[in-house]
Structures are given as structure tokens and as C-alpha cells.
Design a protein around this ligand. Structure first.
Ligand SMILES: Cc1cc2nc3c(=O)[nH]c(=O)nc-3n(C[C@H](O)[C@H](O)[C@H](O)COP(=O)(O)OP(=O)(O)OC[C@H]3O[C@@H](n4cnc5c(N)ncnc54)[C@H](O)[C@@H]3O)c2cc1C
Ligand code: SF4
Length: 479
């Protein structure tokens, strides 16, 4: 988004992406082939203690290539907190709504019909309604080329996603931007007061170096995700008087709960995620209801790795795969993790604090209740040993104690916050315009910006903040 805006303003723009340029014909719908291609660390990136799987993308278009296209604006409660409590300027309702509308128009965001989605969404809706809970169908950025194949997380072979690769990157190129894929930025060059360019390694598609690239630039926008951008900043020795780089990481940690139904659900058919249950999501500061419930579908290998047990017991569980509906209980987290470098290796320190483990348990409990209400015969929380729920009174077994590291299986797909916005340089990295507090010419245009977790899907917020930051940069460069 930043590349497009800067190019449209007539600036000379170069966009560098460490992953490849994946086209629809490359998406084979096979986990073994696509996950290593499309995800950082071949889909195996984990927190330091290996307890949380952290998925984020690699390739032109970033995580929008394999995301599930849910679109939601930054929640009003979150914007109000950033504006009123943290003092961030420029986040008034009028300005923000106009920016959201513009981004949604660009990305073709629209409501989708429930009958285009997987049966799992219908069942989660049924459970929500039977309990009288709050829920809604979400809008998506996909068009009529989407045939509902259900493979969104492995890249779309039908080119039905209106993602960064299909929309904003071609617009950037039309406006004159130059794009390099397989080009890993090693350093942002600077003299301690202002940026002067970047140095990158060109790779052969398998990560093997075959050249270098040095670019001189008046401005550099970091857009490598909350993990990649923090790593780039640390590796580049960006001024960090107050030790803020890489800190305050949020990830929306999620527990998955699986219900087995009598009917064949075949959750792999149809658009995978569309219905949200927000009954347990109150985003006001200090809230003790911080979980977002959303259907979660895993392909067979992913499901196999999450299914607890060994031998015949495990095989029996996997045989029920066609009848499973899973829900992810994602926590609007307060844990402050940290991205850091260990030699050249990116590391993530993140251990959920007690209050967030309480929320994981709350989310898993309520997701299990919802699945029972929807008609599940049995619900399993994949933990060691698994927690099996057949009736309401079994729900009491889902407690915070079961969410210690390595007990329940946790995953996260929304890294945020490592170069966060703030007024005070002692507790933030950039200001409300994404501008680094000390280093002139350095901006941040990705999920690293957010000073707190969002409590929902981040892509619309990221596109929108990138748009705002880039426009501000254009004005600054013109001055
Ligand atoms: C499975 C999955 C499903 C999701 N579903 C949704 C959804 O439905 N809705 C939603 O809103 N969000 C969803 N998300 C999250 C959303 O896609 C991400 O939050 C968002 O794309 C992050 O944007 P970003 O710009 O911060 O980083 P990314 O989109 O991750 O892009 C960063 C890019 O920078 C590149 N990079 C990193 N370091 C370097 C370097 N040194 N040099 C060059 N390039 C580098 C990376 O390879 C990557 O391509 C999902 C995520 C996952 C993993
Ligand atoms: S469900 Fe639609 S967008 Fe997702 S992979 Fe299939 S065709 Fe593409």
C-alpha cells in the first residue's frame, strides 16, 4: 500500500520482498508443498519455548496471499483507547472512516452469503443463535472468481482473492514502482540521524544468495510484518535509546476446540471462515471478556499434527475428520512478547501471562459450549491429555491450569506491535504517523505499528494505517 501511494505521488519507489512471487498456477493445494513456500521458516516458526506456533507469510503480497480474507475495521473501542488514553493524534472517526472506506473500495470488500461458506460456518452460527449469543457474518475481499474451493490458507489457484498481490502491487507497478522478489533486506543504511538506503541479498528462490543490492533512498518504509520489521530494525542498529525495538509483541494466541458431529460436515468445502461469535469479546480496556470465536479449519496434515494421542486412538480420532467442526478462540492479548536476534536467527519470546491463560480457558470453554449447542456429540480440546467434553458439566474441566506452555496446543497468526506508535519515545518507536522518533526518513507501514492488540483480523487496519503513513510521508518529502 505504501509503495503504491508513494509511486502514485510521482516518487521513485523500489519494493523488496524476501520471498518469491507466487502466481495462481503455482498453488497446488497441497500442504506439504505450499506451507514451506508461503510461510516463514517453512511454517514451523515457534516461540522460544516452542509452545506457540506463529504463522506469518513469505512472498510478494505477504500474509495476504494465504489469509482467509476476513475484513474488519479497527474496532471503535480500540481506536478510542489509542486516541483518548494513549494520546495518538489523527485517529478521529471522520478521518479513519474515510480511510477505511477507501481501502475497502480498493480491495472489493463485501459481505458474502452464508451458502458460499463451509457447512462448519452454518453450524457455528446455529450454536451461536441457539445460545442467544452475539454473532455476525463477516465481509471478505474476494470476487466472483472464488469458487469456494476452501484452500485459502494454501494460496488461491483460482485467483479469487483481492489481496495485495492482485490489487495494490499491480497498481504500484502501473504507477512506476519497481518490484524485486527474492530480495532480502539485510540492513537499513543510516548515519544515526537519517536513513540513506538499504542493502539487500538477492536469492535464488531457495534462500541461497547469488547477489547483493544497494539502494540509496531518502526514505525507507519497513513493511516486513511485526516479526520481520523488528528483525530488520534490530539488525540495522536503528537508534533505540529506550530499548523499545521488538518489544510489546502481541499475537492473538489461539486455542482450538474441535466438535464431532453425527453428520458429514466436510469442513474443507466452501469458504472456510465467515461467521464470528463476539459474545465473549469486550474490547474496552480492563475487560475480562477478551476472546473472539471463529470457525477454524485445518487441512489434513495440520489436523493430524493437532490431534492428540498415539496409534489406534489417534487413527480413530483422525477417521472422524469429515465430521469435525473446529473453533479458534483467539485472545485479545495483554502479554508483551519480544522479537530479538540470536546471532542471525529471529527469535520470539512470548509466554502468555496468567490473565491471558485465563482468557484462553474461557475461550475454549465457551467454544466447547457453542459446539455442544450446535449439536456436537463430543468436543475435544487438544491438550495433554486431551480434555473431552460430552455434556455441559464437563466444561468445568477446561481451566487456566490446562493452558500452561506445552499443555494445550496454541497457535497465532496475527503478529503486531513490535515497533509501536506512541507519543513518548521512552515507550514507543514511532509516532502516530509511523515516523521513527529519532531516525529521519524511517517509517513503519505494517502490523508492527499497533500499540495494543486489535482483537480481530488485522489486514484492513494494516492497509489503512499504511495508506495514512505513506500519504504523510509524501507530504513530508514534498516539503
Ligand atoms: C493463516 C492465516 C490466516 C489469516 N487470515 C486473516 C484474515 O482472514 N483476515 C485478516 O485481516 N488477517 C488475517 N491474517 C493476518 C494478516 O494476513 C496479517 O496480519 C497481515 O497480512 C500482516 O501484514 P504485515 O504487512 O504486517 O505483514 P505480512 O503480510 O506478513 O508481510 C510481510 C512481508 O515482508 C516480508 N519480509 C520480512 N522480512 C523481510 C526482509 N528482511 N526483506 C524483505 N522482505 C521481508 C515477508 O516475507 C512478508 O512477505 C491471517 C494470517 C494467517 C497466517
Ligand atoms: S475458497 Fe475461494 S478464495 Fe479461497 S482458495 Fe478457494 S477459490 Fe480461492
Amino acid at each position: 500500500m505504501a509503495a503504491r501511494e508513494l509511486a502514485r505521488a510521482g516518487l521513485r519507489v523500489v519494493l523488496l520482498e524476501e520471498g518469491g512471487d507466487h502466481l495462481p498456477r503455482h498453488f497446488t493445494q497441497r500442504e506439504d508443498e505450499m506451507i514451506p513456500e508461503l510461510f516463514q521458516e517453512a511454517g514451523g516458526r515457534r516461540t522460544d519455548d516452542l509452545a506457540v506456533l506463529v504463522l506469518s507469510g513469505k512472498g510478494l503480497g505477504g500474509s495476504t496471499i494465504h489469509n482467509t480474507n476476513l475484513c474488519k475495521r479497527t474496532p471503535p473501542e480500540i481506536l478510542a483507547h489509542w486516541r483518548d488514553d494513549l494520546g495518538l493524534e489523527g485517529l478521529g472517526d471522520g478521518v479513519m472512516n474515510r480511510a477505511f472506506e477507501e481501502v475497502e473500495r480498493d480491495l472489493g470488500v463485501r459481505p458474502i452469503a452464508l451458502d458460499q461458506t463451509s457447512r462448519a460456518n452454518e453450524l457455528v452460527k446455529r450454536g451461536t443463535e441457539r445460545l442467544g449469543w452475539r454473532g455476525a457474518l463477516l465481509s471478505h475481499n474476494r470476487d466472483q472468481q472464488c469458487v469456494g474451493s476452501g484452500f485459502c490458507e494454501l494460496g488461491c489457484a483460482y485467483d479469487g482473492k483481492l489481496n495485495a498481490r492482485r490489487i495494490v502491487i499491480p497498481q504500484a507497478v502501473s504507477a512506476g514502482a519497481t518490484v524485486y522478489s527474492d530480495a532480502r533486506v539485510d540492513r537499513v543504511e543510516h548515519d544515526g540521524t537519517r536513513v540513506s538506503g538499504v542493502s539487500a541479498t538477492l536469492t535464488d528462490g531457495r534462500g541461497r544468495a547469488h547477489g547483493t543490492l544497494h539502494l540509496r533512498a531518502r526514505a525507507v518504509c519497513l513493511a516486513g510484518s511485526a516479526i520481520g520489521s523488528a528483525t530488520m530494525a534490530i539488525r540495522s542498529d536503528i537508534p533505540d535509546l529506550h530499548g523499545q525495538l521488538g518489544t510489546h509483541l502481541r499475537i492473538h494466541p489461539a486455542a482450538v476446540v474441535a466438535g464431532v458431529f453425527d453428520e458429514e460436515v466436510a469442513a474443507w468445502r466452501g469458504i472456510p471462515q465467515a461467521w464470528e461469535c463476539t459474545e465473549w469479546l469486550d474490547l474496552r480496556p480492563g475487560s475480562t471478556r477478551r476472546v473472539w470465536l471463529i470457525p477454524s479449519f485445518a487441512h489434513p496434515v495440520g489436523t493430524a499434527s493437532l490431534t492428540p494421542g498415539f496409534g489406534p486412538a489417534w487413527l480413530g480420532a483422525m477417521r472422524r475428520y469429515p465430521r469435525i467442526v473446529a473453533i479458534a478462540a483467539m485472545v485479545h492479548d495483554e502479554t508483551a512478547g519480544r522479537v530479538y536476534l540470536d546471532g542471525d536467527r529471529t527469535r520470539i519470546a512470548y509466554v502468555p501471562i496468567d490473565a491471558d491463560r485465563e482468557q484462553l480457558a474461557l475461550g475454549a470453554r465457551q467454544a466447547a459450549r457453542l459446539l455442544l449447542a450446535a449439536g456436537a456429540r463430543e468436543v475435544t480440546v487438544p491438550a495433554i491429555p486431551p480434555i473431552v467434553v460430552r455434556r455441559s458439566r464437563d466444561l468445568a474441566a477446561i481451566t487456566r491450569e490446562r493452558f500452561t506452555p506445552h499443555d494445550a496446543k496454541l497457535s497465532a497468526v496475527h503478529p503486531m506491535g513490535t515497533l509501536r506508535m506512541g507519543r513518548d519515545p521512552a515507550s514507543s518507536v514511532v509516532d502516530a504517523r509511523g515516523k521513527h522518533h529519532q531516525l529521519r526518513g524511517l517509517r513503519v507501514t505494517d502490523g508492527s505499528l499497533f500499540p495494543t492488540s486489535l482483537g480481530g483480523p488485522p489486514q484492513i487496519s494494516i492497509y489503512t494505517f499504511a495508506l495514512k503513513v505513506a500519504r504523510d510521508l509524501v507530504e513530508e518529502l514534498a516539503r
